[in-house]
Design a binder for this molecule. Structure first.
Ligand code: NDP
Length: 340
């Protein structure tokens, strides 16, 4: 055994609806010795992302469900603390899919592990606007949404890391950009700090009327992050030729029976003139990982992409932080700080 003790959060029982006490459990185990070719990584920052909730269900989506007793999946920024691989040296900083744990052992040739090139931005930004959510927003908007200057782009979950990048990128492309977010404070941030043209608070009532007022020329691109009432309000305002990249629909992630959910595919597919719409996965552009990460990191460093983050301290607080994120209690990227 090595000198380290690992703390990890495992799936003890599949949640039915919202996560309850005992569904996810924090456990401890010694870290074993490294074998030849392996690398030991200390987690510094853990990313909490909405996609983790559907993966706790016993339903095959675009990825396999997490098994009972397995560590909850997740990406982190970590430091190599021991290496028996020629590919990594002690002290290297990486992003990797460690899961919700303080240490992880990976093969030195594991896929989806990237060394972080220092670009003068905070390390944890590589889990947010300069990381997977940022690439999701950028690629989904540019390659699926295909916005043109002068068009109106609407994005939901506008203050989160995906929405933040979608909106600021669309502004740079010359679009009118309207966010949808929960609460006055988030909407004010989206307009005043991020520079969107308007932001509609879907929790304030009058969603349809307020969205129509913010989009006097209709909607050309709707970047779908939430589903539900927001999608239904958007559907009435879509222009002919509009595009809807379906990134996710977080309003349904805690549903007790996913088969009863009216998804964005139902909402947009049944329209008389449906928009061009499809689900996409950020990994469609995995071959551009390094290039787009560099592009976003430079935009963060230059101040062209602004963002907020919410930090939970320590793995002990990860479960509550995750439950809160699915209800919008996060303001910007939700992270867990594990170590320096
Ligand atoms: P966020 O940090 O924006 O967190 C989720 C947000 O969803 C909450 O803060 C909340 O914001 C909003 N929300 C929660 N419940 C509801 C509801 N009932 N109605 C409307 N909004 C709600 O998340 P991310 O930026 O990380 O992710 C955004 C979306 O992108 C998610 O759907 C996620 O699954 C998807 N995604 C997809 C990927 C892909 O490859 N397809 C990759 C990465 C992310 P508010 O307070 O404003 O309501």
């Amino acid at each position: 055994m090595s000198a380290y003790t690992n703390r990890k959060i495992i799936l003890q029982r599949r949640p039915q609806g919202e996560i309850r006490d005992g569904d996810l459990v924090l456990t401890e185990a010694p870290v074993r010795e490294l074998r030849d070719g392996e690398v030991l990584i200390r987690t510094l920052w853990l990313s909490l992302d909405p996609y983790m909730r559907p993966r706790m269900n016993d339903a095959k989506g675009y990825m396999d469900p997490i098994g009972i007793g397995e560590v909850i999946v997740g990406e982190s920024v970590g430091r190599v603390i021991e290496s028996k691989s020629p590919n990594y040296a002690e002290g290297d900083l990486v992003t990797c899919y460690s899961g919700w744990q303080e240490y992880c052992i990976i093969p030195g040739d594991a896929p989806m592990v990237y060394k972080i090139q220092p670009r003068g931005i905070p390390l944890q930004a590589y889990l947010g606007v300069a990381g997977m959510p940022g690439r999701t927003g950028y690629c989904g908007l540019v390659y699926v949404g295909k916005p043109k200057a002068g068009e109106t782009v609407v994005v939901s979950a506008a203050s989160g890391p995906v929405g933040t990048v979608v909106g600021q990128t669309a502004k740079q492309l010359g679009c009118r950009v309207v966010g949808v977010a929960g609460g006055e404070e988030k909407c004010r941030f989206v307009v005043e700090e991020l520079g969107f043209d308007a932001c509609v608070d879907y929790k304030a009532g009058n969603l349809e009327a307020n969205l129509a007022a913010a989009c006097p020329n209709g909607i050309d691109v709707y970047f779908e992050n939430v589903g539900g009432d927001v999608s239904r309000a958007v559907a009435r305002l879509l222009n002919p030729g509009s595009r809807v990249p379906i990134c996710g629909y977080v309003s349904a992630y805690n549903a007790e029976d996913a088969s009863k959910v009216e998804t964005p595919f139902h909402i947009f597919g049944k329209l008389e003139n449906p928009p061009e719409h499809r689900f996409f996965l950020v990994t469609e552009w995995q071959d551009q990982h390094q290039e787009i990460t560099a592009l976003l990191a430079e935009q963060v460093a230059s101040g062209n992409i602004k963002y907020r983050e919410t930090v939970a301290e320590g793995l002990d607080n990860a479960i509550e932080a995750f439950k809160g994120m699915l209800k919008g209690r996060n303001f910007g990227k939700q992270l867990v700080h594990i170590a320096d």
